[in-house]
Design a protein around this ligand. Structure first.
Ligand code: PLP
Length: 398
């Protein structure tokens, strides 16, 4: 078994992790879980490839090499969570630096930037990243990082990646991109000039709601060395068992995400035509504000969409009435996940900030899983009927 550099991603998902040197020795089709914190050194004055598992572990390394290969990078890094991947990348900064961050950034990243980074005297500006002029305006002489999330959470706003990379390069700043929603299957930011790609691998990459994990990928060798130094020093690495679980999940990403995307497109169209729904946010709808940009920089629309009901009461009725999706935080799993951003993913954001970003009390987010799409649509349809009655009864009692 061997992989060619130009094999398609679907092929690399399957064979990536076992194409490394260790598995080639035994022929194991699954990467073994190396539960070893330390490694015997044969020689007094020359150490082998591994010495201590915080610094390197063969199971984790198989995962790290796989994600690097999938993202078209040179180095991959596996962390204990998406947040630890993100915060470790921010540790490249120093006091006095400034970062420009997309205003509808993941809630946990928002919390980190506003509550922790500031303690280290790193300044920040949040901007609407659908607007390149606003990004340019936000850049300062001490800006060192521009942080992108596209499509963004939960309103699926689209940022022109190459446009931002140009602004960053002109100002000697790095570009970080959270690629959780698209995965390397649909979006390859390093190829567009982004410096660090970040993932909550808890989501689509693992795909089964079973592990919390984060990944980072770099292309530039020197930047890779710096991030490796931080990973080893800060130490929030992914354990060998979780690395194994993630490797197994990633094998089926191609099949899973394509199927879920196909269903998401059908559901977005169904919701778009429903009288109770005020707005559907999905980058696969030609009416979506970022549609053109999204299509130019990706090869798929993804499996996450949001939609706005008129009231909180209607959202509550819909959630309580649906039978199939789990009602939970998180996304990107085999089971469909319905969530309420106002009190879930964006609970860390003050209400007025939420409203400004369109995360209103009637907004729901749906991550489409692998259930049959007809069952999902039928379920939403009956729940929307109940929600419509709820809205009508509140309206008539006024
Ligand atoms: C979930 C998520 C994160 C945080 O990842 P964890 O694995 O939960 O730490 C970051 N970014 C996005 C877009 C996410 O959805």
């Amino acid at each position: 078994m061997s992989l060619n550099k130009d094999d398609q991603l679907e092929t690399k998902f399957i064979h990536g992790a076992t194409s490394g040197p260790y598995e080639q020795k035994t022929g194991a089709v699954n990467v073994p879980i190396y539960l070893s914190s330390t490694y015997h050194q044969d020689k007094f004055d020359a150490f082998g490839p591994f010495d201590y598992s915080r610094s390197g572990n063969p199971t984790r390394e198989a995962l790290e090499q796989t994600i690097a290969q999938l993202e078209g990078g040179t180095r991959g890094f596996a962390f204990a969570s998406g947040m630890s991947a993100i915060t470790s990348a921010f540790m490249l900064l120093s006091a006095g630096d400034h970062v420009v961050v997309t205003e509808d950034v993941y809630g946990g990243t928002y919390r980190f930037v506003t509550n922790i980074l500031n303690k280290f005297h790193i300044e920040y500006t949040f901007v609407d990243m659908t607007d390149l002029a606003a990004i340019k305006d936000a850049v300062q002489p001490n800006t060192k990082v521009i942080y992108i999330e596209t499509p963004s959470n939960p309103c699926l706003n689209i940022t022109d990646i190459q446009g931002v990379v140009e602004i960053a390069k002109a100002n000697d700043a790095l570009t970080f991109l959270d690629n959780t929603f698209m995965t390397p299957l649909y979006q390859q930011p390093l190829g567009l000039g982004v410096d660090i790609v970040l993932h909550s691998a808890t989501k689509f990459l693992s795909g089964h709601s079973d592990v919390i994990a984060g990944l980072a990928v770099t292309k530039d060798e020197a930047l890779g060395d710096q991030l490796k130094f931080i990973q080893n020093t800060f130490g929030s690495i992914l354990g060998a068992q979780d690395s194994y679980v993630l490797i197994q999940g990633m094998k089926t990403l191609g099949a899973r995400l394509k199927q879920s995307t196909e269903s998401a497109e059908k559901i977005a169209n169904f919701l778009n035509g429903h009288p109770l729904i005020e707005e559907v946010f999905y980058p696969g709808l030609t009416t979506h504000q970022g549609y053109e940009t999204h299509v130019n920089q990706t090869s798929g629309h993804g499996a996450v969409l949001s939609f706005r009901l008129p009231t909180k009461g209607a959202a509550k009725a819909l959630v309580e009435q649906t039978r199939l999706p789990v009602f939970a935080v998180s996304l990107g799993a085999v089971e469909s996940i319905l969530s309420y951003p106002a009190t879930m993913s964006h609970a860390a954001m003050p209400p007025e900030e939420r409203e400004k970003r369109g995360i209103s009390d009637g907004l729901l987010r749906l991550s489409v899983g692998l259930e049959h799409v007809d069952d999902l649509i039928a379920d939403l349809e009956q729940a929307l009927q109940v929600a419509s009655k709820q809205v009508a009864s509140v309206g008539s009692s006024r």
